[in-house]
Design a protein around this ligand. Structure first.
Ligand code: AMP
Ligand code: MG
Length: 424
């Protein structure tokens, strides 16, 4: 009966994702937009670079004047002036003339090449105190040499960054190069985090008899931050109707509520009653392990809004694996992201992993790269209360539903949670 009610992981995810949508855009300073998704195309209002300019420190010349230049027989040109980056000049270059020019300075009218200092006799002239109104060119320059053309990076009217793109540092730089101080990005979701359980004690306080510290608030909030969301910590709800209702009411001013605990058989009813009263809630048993029944639904929020509620199991490892599988894609969807997949590697496991009841097992492993390929070691006992098994893991090894036993040496697909050790 229990088993038949189990819904597949993908179905649970689909149901959750069908209730969350991409949030509204916000416009803010570009530096605050790193990692967020662009809400609209960015179109260039001008060319970059805005004018032809020099890629080198040297002399702007007419390439044709230099065709016979050599070390032995330099071509001598009259230096008619100098232009530095940040300045324009009205100098006009004609045959037999040169303009001393710095990197980034606009090319004088008429010039069609820049000869770098190294290919002139400037150093010797300075050393020998010869007049600098003349410069000797010692190598021929071809047309266009050392010239950065107007618009060679970005052209006026071009779509430079597309709606939906995640902004990385280079993109922030591109926005700046277009002179934009602000950008419109999908705002970050605010996620309320509520732990439930009479046994829970807040960190920083002395433990009472029979109590344990509330760690789920912290793993969940930290994961929300890692996903790009904003965690709003509501605290700890007791296993009573009044306490839960009060705490949930404090968490409704958000884009989603994530609770942990209170969904296993023992306290199922309190949570069920409260949530049913405050919205529409289903309890599912998802075909995954760890991951006991999870609750999912929508809660009525002030202003006629409805917000999604994800009720994760209380066991620290279960709440983390269900967060990974369900909350992370939901948060990324709200952020406007469309790719959720973690990098996956095939790795040989170091011990048997049993799968007794046809669920999808997410075993905590530490993956390393060896000469023989990737190796995955189980990170100790796999009980769903053993949070250190998660702390030591950098991946989740997946034993499929239809595989009753994965044997030591088998290669399993591993979802990497981080790549801090540079294994891929
Ligand atoms: P529950 O789903 O409420 O029955 O909780 C299952 C197990 O997870 C129990 O052993 C709880 O003590 C533990 N647990 C629940 N919530 C938390 C929490 N916030 N931090 C640490 N452990 C928890
Ligand atoms: Mg509980």
């Amino acid at each position: 009966m229990y088993k038949h009610n189990m819904i597949p992981v993908e179905e649970a995810l689909e149901r959750i994702l069908s209730t969350v949508s991409v949030l509204q855009p916000e416009t803010k300073p570009i530096l605050n937009c790193v990692g967020q998704v662009l809400a609209g195309d960015v179109v260039a209002a001008f060319d970059i670079p805005p004018h032809d300019n020099s890629a080198m420190d040297g002399f702007a010349v007419l390439a044709g004047d230099t065709s016979r230049a050599s070390q032995e027989q330099p071509v001598y040109l009259n230096v008619i002036g100098e232009v530095a980056a940040g300045y324009t000049s009205s100098l006009r270059l004609t045959g037999g003339k040169a303009v001393r020019i710095m990197t980034g300075a606009p090319l004088p009218t008429g010039a069609d090449a820049v000869v770098q200092f190294e290919n002139t006799d400037e150093t010797e002239r300075k050393r020998d105190k010869k007049p600098l109104a003349i410069i000797g060119i010692v190598e021929p320059a071809v047309r266009g040499l050392n010239i950065r053309l107007r618009g060679e990076d970005i052209q006026h009217g071009q779509i430079v960054l597309r709606k939906g793109a995640t902004l990385y540092p280079a993109d922030i730089g591109v926005l700046a190069s277009l002179g934009l101080a602000q950008a419109a990005v999908i705002r970050r979701p605010v996620i309320s985090v509520l732990s439930t359980g009479d046994e829970l004690c807040p960190v920083g306080q002395a433990l009472g008899a029979g109590q344990i510290y509330d760690s789920n608030t912290y793993t969940i909030a930290a994961n929300i931050t890692m996903c790009g969301g904003i965690a709003r910590i509501i605290g700890i709800g007791r296993d009573t109707l009044a306490s839960l209702e009060d705490k949930i009411n404090h968490g409704l001013d958000a884009d989603m509520l994530i609770t942990s605990g209170g969904v296993s058989k023992g306290d199922y009813d309190v949570v069920k009653d409260v949530l049913a009263k405050m919205g529409t809630v289903s309890f599912w048993t998802v075909r995954m392990k760890p991951g006991k029944p999870i609750a999912f639904g929508t809660l009525k929020a002030p202003g006629g809004r409805e917000i999604p509620h994800l009720g994760l199991p209380g066991n620290p490892v279960s709440s983390m694996t269900t967060f990974e599988r369900f909350a992370r894609p939901a948060i990324l969807t709200m952020l406007g992201k469309t790719a959720f997949a973690r990098p996956t590697v095939l790795a040989a496991i170091d011990q048997d992993i049993a799968n007794d009841d046809g669920r999808r097992v997410y075993a905590r492993v530490h993956v390393s790269k060896t000469a023989g390929g990737w190796q995955a070691s189980l990170t100790g006992p796999q009980g769903s209360g053993i949070l250190t098994s998660m702390s030591a893991a950098n991946g989740l090894a997946i034993v499929p539903e239809d595989c009753p036993l994965a044997r030591a040496g088998d290669r399993l697909s591993i979802q990497l949670l981080d790549n801090a050790e540079g294994i891929i």
